[in-house]
Design a protein around this ligand. Structure first.
Ligand SMILES: [Zn+2]
Length: 280
C-alpha cells in the first residue's frame, strides 16, 4: 500500500513537472521567406509577415491546404506593406479573427484597399519606437526602424491611379515574451548603425536577420550589432534574385563567434524560458 501511494505521488509530481516545463515553452516556426509564427507559453499565437503561400513553404505545395496548420492566430504583425510580407494576411485575418499590429498608414490602407477587416485593424496601431503590451501582458512588442521602402498594392487602382499606395515607414520588431525569449525580426532593411542601439536596448535571444537586403558582410555586421544569443537567417532562397542560401552568412557569423542556427522552411524550434532547446 505504502509503495503504491509513493508511486502515485511520484507520478503526480512527474506529470506536474512535465506540464510545467511544457507551459514554459515558446515555439518559433518558420514558413519560409520572412514568415514566422511564435506560440507563447500561454498558447497565444503571433504571426509575422505571413506570406504562407511562398514557394519555399513545404506546407503550401500543390494539393495542400497551406492554412491547415494555422488554426489559431491572435496577432498578425506586419513589418511593411510589400506583397512578400503582407502575403496572406487578409485571408488569415478573416479566417482567425487575428488583430493587426502595424503602422497606421499600412493598417488603414490595407483596410481601404484590400478586404482586411476594419475592426481587427484598429486596436494595435504602432509608431516607430513604441512599445505595446499584448496577450494580457504576456508579450511586449517594440517597433524598431528599418531602412527600406513600403507600399500597399492596390489591386483596385484604375488605369491612371498608382498601383502602390503609401505604406508608412518600414519597420522591424522586438518581441519580448514573459517566461520566454526576446526575438528580433529585422523586416526588410539595409544595414544601419543604430542596429547597435537595438542590440544594446534589448537582450535579444533570437535574431531573425534578413540576409538578402544587405549582402553577406553587412548581414553579418547586422547580426553582430543586434547580438542575439542565436542568429537565424531568413528571407533567402524563396525566388530568383534573392540570396539563394545562407552558407556565406554562416561562415561570416562563425568568424564573429556568434551563435547560429539555420532553420529550414517548415521547421519549428522551441525555447524553454530563454534557452533554445531543440527542433521539432
Ligand atoms: Zn521582402
Amino acid at each position: 500500500m505504502r509503495f503504491k501511494y509513493s508511486f502515485q505521488v511520484c507520478l503526480l509530481l512527474l506529470i506536474g513537472l512535465v506540464s510545467q516545463a511544457a507551459a514554459q515553452e515558446t515555439k518559433l516556426k518558420w514558413f519560409g521567406h520572412a514568415a514566422f509564427s511564435i506560440t507563447t507559453p500561454k498558447g497565444k499565437v503571433l504571426l509575422i509577415d505571413p506570406w504562407i503561400r511562398n514557394p519555399s513553404n513545404p506546407e503550401a505545395g500543390e494539393g495542400k491546404d497551406p492554412f491547415a496548420p494555422i488554426s489559431r492566430v491572435d496577432y498578425i504583425l506586419l513589418t511593411h506593406g510589400h506583397r512578400d510580407h503582407v502575403g496572406d494576411a487578409v485571408e488569415i485575418a478573416r479566417k482567425t479573427g487575428a488583430a493587426l499590429i502595424a503602422n497606421p498608414e499600412l493598417a488603414f490602407n490595407l483596410v481601404k484597399l484590400t478586404d482586411f477587416p476594419a475592426k481587427q485593424a484598429s486596436d494595435y496601431i504602432m509608431q516607430m519606437g513604441n512599445e505595446i503590451q499584448i496577450a494580457d501582458g504576456e508579450v511586449t512588442v517594440a517597433m524598431t526602424p528599418a531602412v527600406h521602402s513600403s507600399s500597399v498594392f492596390n489591386s483596385k487602382a484604375g488605369p491612371n491611379e498608382p498601383e502602390r499606395a503609401y505604406g508608412g515607414s518600414p519597420a522591424g520588431f522586438v518581441i519580448i515574451i514573459k517566461n520566454g525569449p526576446t526575438i528580433y525580426h529585422s523586416g526588410d532593411t539595409a544595414y544601419f548603425k543604430d542596429m547597435e542601439t537595438i542590440g544594446e536596448s534589448y537582450s535579444i535571444d533570437a535574431a531573425l536577420i534578413n540576409i538578402s537586403q544587405m549582402g553577406v558582410k553587412l548581414s553579418a555586421r547586422a547580426a553582430k550589432s543586434i547580438h542575439g544569443k542565436v542568429t537565424i537567417p531568413m528571407h533567402f532562397g524563396t525566388f530568383p534574385g534573392l540570396l539563394q542560401n545562407a552558407d556565406g552568412f554562416a561562415a561570416e557569423i562563425k568568424k564573429l563567434k556568434l551563435g547560429f542556427y539555420e532553420m529550414k522552411p517548415g521547421d519549428t524550434i522551441s525555447f524553454r524560458g530563454k534557452q533554445l532547446m531543440r527542433t521539432g
